[in-house]
Design a protein around this ligand. Structure first.
Ligand code: BTN
Length: 331
């Protein structure tokens, strides 16, 4: 963060702490050790970024915050120590995963985040596109550098899915489910997806880019026809818009808590949490792999490594480590 940004962040913190109250220029200047003209410049800098700051008789009041997802906006709500402490905020990118992968190859640290207002080639699982219109949703990628053998890397998918479901459940104040391995759903419709991409060094993880897309403020009419009936957004479910900076900060905080739980306690508690959120087990499913093969059966369990165990019509058990799961209506 530049010095100017850091000073704007400090002024913003004090305005936020006042919680809608008025803060005098003298208080800001004394508290921050900045001369009054510098405080004035920083207040104007914040206004240029879209903050509504009213000048009143006793000082200044924060009346409106922009819905951008830059460092200043997200940082105002973030408590995580590592995840999201460095934010690369972009207006328009091909894919945040692509940018994060490049940054990670160049040595970016654990926890660095790439977030964009829009993606023009947003990537989904199984080679699909991820619909990423400007300014409405969240599209971000976190760089993770766990000390880990590649064989355990799939666990991270579950860590991210659990964190995401926890954070969205809290914001929605309602139930969200996870369809194996990592589609986050509300009432059977997808609201968020995860695309983890691994870079290995021998049999060790060099880094993982965990890409996350969350449908936040799209209305029904924003959804492409192909997604109608399959996808939803927080706004569609709750009938109101959501502030993206606060939502993203909440997800990053949950991400860090869940990641640390996994580091400290291993995969067991993550798997348990995942199972408590699961909407796949016990249902008839069809699993398509990337080669176009289909397997139909009943989803019976998730093993210690996170693989989905399917009971086939002949009674045989098959473990699936990746693929696209469709559930049958009513099954
Ligand atoms: C899925 O198909 O369920 C995974 C979707 C992942 C989308 C996110 S949006 C941010 C990041 N960048 C991408 O190109 N994809 C992921």
């Amino acid at each position: 963060m530049s010095q100017v940004d850091a000073r704007e962040a400090m002024v913003l913190d004090l305005l936020l702490e006042a919680d809608g109250g008025v803060v005098s220029g003298q208080f800001l200047s004394e508290k921050l050790g900045l001369d009054p003209s510098e405080v004035y410049r920083r207040l104007n800098g914040l206004r240029c970024r879209g903050y509504g700051i009213q000048r009143l008789r006793g000082g200044y009041r924060l009346e409106q915050m922009p819905d951008a997802v830059g460092h200043l906006e997200v940082g105002a709500f973030l408590t995580a120590a590592e995840i999201g402490r460095v934010i690369h905020h972009r207006e328009k990118v091909p894919s945040t995963n692509e940018i994060a992968f490049r940054l990670a190859r160049g040595g970016a640290f654990h926890g660095e985040l790439v977030v964009a207002e829009q993606q023009v080639r947003g990537r989904g699982r199984c080679g699909r596109n991820w619909f990423s219109p400007a300014g409405l949703n969240l599209y971000f990628s976190v760089i993770l550098r766990p000390d880990l053998e590649t064989a355990r890397a799939p666990e991270l998918t579950f860590v991210v899915a659990v964190a995401l479901a926890r954070a969205l459940g809290e914001s929605l104040e309602g139930p969200v489910g996870i369809k194996w391995p990592n589609d986050v759903q509300i009432q059977g419709k997808k609201v968020a997806g995860i695309l983890p991409e691994l870079h290995a060094k021998g049999n060790l993880v060099d880094f993982v880019v965990a890409g996350v897309g969350v449908n936040v403020n799209m209305s029904e009419s924003d959804l492409p026809v192909a997604l109608a009936g399959k996808a939803t957004s927080l706004r569609i479910e709750k009938g109101r818009t959501f502030g993206r900076p606060r939502l993203l900060a909440g997800i990053l905080d949950a991400f860090e808590d869940t990641y640390n739980q996994w580091i400290d306690e291993g995969f067991g508690p993550i798997r348990d949490a995942w199972l408590s959120l699961d909407v796949t087990l016990g249902r008839k499913v069809r699993v398509g792999d990337e080669g176009g093969e289909n397997l139909v059966g009943e989803a019976v369990s998730v093993d210690e490594s996170g693989a989905l165990v399917i009971r086939c019509p002949d009674g045989g058990l098959v473990k699936v480590v990746s693929g696209d799961v469709a559930t049958f209506l009513g099954a």
